[in-house]
Design a binder for this molecule. Structure first.
Ligand code: UT7
Length: 335
């Protein structure tokens, strides 16, 4: 039977390190507040001069993933690009990446599931592979968020959280009799709560889609009701974990590593406590990167593979909740 296998991963973060202390030059915040409430110590941002988009970060991560998978770019028969911060309004960053990879007419698909982008993307890739529509898929999660956050005290609840970065995975349909690859997936969305985490502008509902007055009011920056998102995340992440484990016919003990989206270290700790998970089974790297939205899971995965904590036969559970609201989980076993 054909299973969707991860053949190679890669990550790229821009070299500019922005510490919590650095943020105090723009807004009323402190290293202590940020560490205590979020666990974040530093994040990577693209150069303040601009000119670098998620497709550029995604290109670097993709090159590493392709190399590790021993594919050439021409082996790719579909690109899935997950981002909430596209290079330009349209076309999608997947098309831009396709061209930057030197590809001629390989299809490219952007998905807009924010922090849950990798979970939706992996599930989508699995469906494409199982249905025979594609066999070698490049899944990329990449974000440049630093250019679209309010650096004044007004925006500090959001500004201290987000980072830039990219992660990529080469996914291939492989014939195997083993119970390996994507074992189960659970996806959810609840548009009723779209307004608790959103970026409103530019908006086609408005005419014109953006005005100076709207910009002065900060409506072109992300808005978040942090407390509600926090509480919802802990609850839903625990629920969806149970759901996907049931689908895979596995228990919490069967999972070697949980790789959650990196939104807040306290969310992941509360989730782990709720399910009674040993700390060492939950992979966190938010301390160094902040919240890189669609890139956070593939970056954490790539690091875990590199550190060799993930090995042959490891069973991993990916999970995330983010804007939409969207949330979901995937159970994956390495060959
Ligand atoms: O990627 C998925 C989506 N995002 C998330 O999952 C994030 C979920 N939410 C969170 O991580 C947390 O809610 C935050 C880190 C955003 C905020 O932490 P909190 O413990 O919920 O703080 P709060 O919003 O209740 O604010 C507490 C205080 C407020 O001051 P007052 O009203 O008590 O005087 C805020 O104005 O902290 C203040 N505050 C800050 N102070 C220093 C908010 N942001 C900052 C800041 N520095 N950066």
């Amino acid at each position: 039977m054909k299973q969707t296998m991860i053949k190679g991963t890669g990550r790229y973060v821009p070299p500019r390190v922005v510490t919590n202390h650095d943020l105090t030059q723009w807004m009323d915040t402190s290293d202590e507040w940020i560490r205590q409430r979020t666990g974040i110590e530093e994040r990577r941002w693209v150069s303040a001069e601009g000119g670098i988009g998620p497709s550029d970060l995604g290109l670097q991560a993709s090159k590493i993933a392709l190399n590790r998978a021993e594919w050439t770019h021409e082996d790719v028969d579909l690109i899935i690009f997950a981002t909430l911060s596209p290079d330009i309004y349209f076309p999608g960053s997947g098309c831009l990446l396709q061209h930057k990879l030197g590809l001629d007419s390989t299809p490219a698909l952007d998905i807009r599931q924010q922090c849950t982008g990798f979970i939706y993307g992996l599930t989508l890739a699995d469906a494409f592979i199982r249905s025979g529509h594609a066999n070698r898929i490049l899944l990329v999660g990449a974000e440049v968020q630093s250019t679209a956050i309010d650096l004044s005290t007004r925006g500090r609840d959001i500004a201290v959280l987000f980072g830039d970065g990219a992660g990529a995975a080469c996914l291939e349909g492989v014939e195997t009799a083993e119970a390996a690859g994507v074992l189960a997936s659970a996806l959810h969305a609840q548009g009723e709560f779209a307004n608790i985490l959103m970026m409103e502008l530019p908006s086609h509902k408005l005419n014109p889609i953006i005005t100076e007055e709207m910009v002065r009011a900060g409506r072109h920056y992300p808005f978040m009701d942090g407390r509600t998102v926090f509480k919802t995340a802990v609850r839903k992440l625990a629920q969806v974990t149970k759901e996907v484990l049931k689908k895979a016919n596995l228990t919490v003990e069967d999972i070697d590593f949980f790789i959650p989206h990196q939104a807040n270290l306290r969310i992941n700790q509360a989730f782990a406590k709720l399910l009674n998970l040993p700390e060492e089974k939950v992979i966190n790297n938010i301390q160094r990167y902040g919240n890189t939205t669609a890139a956070s899971i593939p970056i954490a995965l790539d690091e875990a593979i590199e550190r060799q904590c993930i090995q042959s036969k490891s069973t991993v559970l990916f999970l995330a909740l983010g804007a939409g609201l969207t949330w979901g989980a995937v159970v994956y076993r390495f060959l």
